[in-house]
Design a protein around this ligand. Structure first.
Ligand SMILES: Cc1cc2nc3c(=O)[nH]c(=O)nc-3n(C[C@H](O)[C@H](O)[C@H](O)COP(=O)(O)OP(=O)(O)OC[C@H]3O[C@@H](n4cnc5c(N)ncnc54)[C@H](O)[C@@H]3O)c2cc1C
Length: 440
């Protein structure tokens, strides 16, 4: 038997539940499908658990630095990984069950806990059931890429999901990938007490950032004893006794790094390979991301939101996709994804908050720009907290004074960046006035 709904949502990540609530709230009959854990990546294997671990790692770091603040202890801190893990799980579980209970208690919404798959543009099979709707919203997210590196199958390796089960301290964690996820894990495990080596094929860490930002990030991490190997040309693996060897083939230095555990953090891929998109007729790009035009797929009546559309890789971008589709459909509001200003944070300590264009992108565009820089050593809050690493940088159009982009690498950078984002959304940055309204 086929169950008819007004709308079907596949996935309960950061977009699906909110959109389901909006649609059900206006009386639509909604089905929402989740094949695994309610709340998706962010709640279970992404933002939430990693931020609890970052918090544990920060606590250990501050205990070790206690004397800097005049607090007397013996200057050492050891970390009980079982307790770190159980704290993380308690917080994640609360969010997960919160999402599940919210959806199950939602008027006009039916929850299906199975894998969903398109049979046609309007039909989905969920386990033994078949659902149909005129509007289908895909929010299937993504997962860690398993890179094709020589020897990878012969050594145990972790990714962002499996590392969630680790309740011991790896002696030496080798992290493949110097992007946002790799860097967060690198610093937290170093602070837990592991030796940590990062291996990256690019010439700098967080390779999408400006080189000055990336260099400062590297200095922060190396200052804590993390080893960084850049320009790795051919990464492969083998075993030597108990150890795992990561072969690096770098231009200089040891051609291999020896460690006890490997974390792969080399990118994400969308969960679109087992979704039946060909049966629906929806186009994907060569990496499997669903092709969208303002969140509409190539098939009328099907939308794709969140990480699976390649338009963002963050919780707030997925959530914002749901806000946009909701207001487009229900409020006659023409808001578009292309109105969104790039904004994100890198959760190492010191945080990196980013908004808009990088300096490199502005230089490439040949726009005349003014660039302001200020080291965190000149920021009173940073000095008072004893957290003076990093700097802030803002790039402003020389003619219009429009803020083009900013990076705040420093204490509280993830929050302070919002003041710049507000200005960017508001429009031009006005020159400082003398208080009487006249620009100086
Ligand atoms: C380690 C890590 C740390 C991160 N930290 C941050 C952070 O601090 N801040 C931030 O903004 N972002 C962070 N992110 C990114 C963030 O987690 C994602 O951008 C966000 O979760 C994307 O949400 P989504 O709704 O697109 O998909 P997801 O959250 O991935 O949810 C998709 C859901 O769909 C389900 N699903 C998939 N296929 C099917 C199917 N066929 N049938 C039924 N259900 C299906 C999945 O089980 C999953 O529950 C982090 C990611 C990682 C990996």
């Amino acid at each position: 038997m086929t169950m008819t709904h007004d709308a079907i949502v596949i996935g309960t990540g950061q977009a699906g539940p909110f959109l389901a609530q909006r649609l059900a709230g206006v009386g639509m009959k909604v089905a929402i499908i989740e094949r695994k854990l309610f709340g998706g990546t962010c709640v279970n294997t992404g933002c939430t658990p990693t931020k609890t671990m970052v918090a544990s790692a920060y606590a250990a770091h501050i205990v070790r630095r206690a004397a800097d603040f005049g607090v007397v202890n013996n200057g050492s801190a050891s970390v009980d990984m079982k307790l770190v893990k159980s704290r993380k799980e308690a917080i994640s579980e609360k969010s997960r069950t919160g999402v599940e209970n919210w959806l199950r208690g939602m008027t006009n919404c039916t929850v299906y806990q199975e894998h969903g798959r398109f049979e046609s543009a309007k039909e989905i099979t969920v386990g033994s059931e078949r659902l149909t709707a005129d509007r289908i919203f895909i929010n299937v997210g993504g997962r860690a890429v398993l890179p094709q590196m020589p020897g990878i199958e012969g050594v145990p390796h972790l990714n962002n999901s499996s590392i969630m089960d680790v309740d011991f301290l790896p002696r030496h964690l080798i992290i493949i990938g110097g992007g946002y996820i790799g860097l967060e894990f690198a610093q937290m495990y170093r602070r837990f007490g592991s030796e940590v080596s990062i291996i990256e094929t690019a010439s700098h860490l967080a390779q999408h950032e400006d080189e000055d930002v990336s260099t400062a990030i590297r200095q922060i991490l190396e200052h804590e004893g993390i080893k960084v190997r850049l320009n790795a040309t051919c990464i492969g693996f083998s075993r030597r006794g108990e150890d795992i060897l990561a072969h690096v083939e770098c231009a200089s230095g040891d051609p291999e790094v020896s460690g006890s555990h490997v974390l792969l953090a080399v990118g994400r891929r969308p969960n679109t390979d087992d979704l039946g998109l060909a049966e629906a007729g929806a186009a994907v790009d060569k990496r499997g991301y669903i092709v969208v035009d303002q969140l509409h797929t190539s098939v009328p009546g099907i939308w794709a939101l969140g990480d699976c559309n390649g338009k963002g890789a963050f919780t707030h971008t997925a959530f914002n996709d749901a806000e946009i589709v909701g207001v487009n459909l229900l409020d006659n509001d023409p808001r578009k994804v292309s109105d969104r200003i790039t904004a994100y944070a890198l959760y190492i300590d010191r945080r990196l908050g980013r908004a808009g264009l990088t300096e490199a992108a502005v230089r490439k565009s040949a726009r005349h720009a003014l660039i302001g820089r200020r080291p965190m050593t000149k920021v009173r809050r940073a000095v008072e907290k004893g957290e003076t690493q990093g700097f802030m940088k803002i790039i402003v159009d020389a003619q219009t004074h429009e803020v083009l982009g900013a990076a705040i690498l420093g204490t509280g950078g993830d929050e302070a960046i919002h003041s710049i984002l507000d200005v960017m959304y508001a429009g031009e940055l006005q020159p400082l006035s003398d208080g009487a309204g006249a620009p100086k």
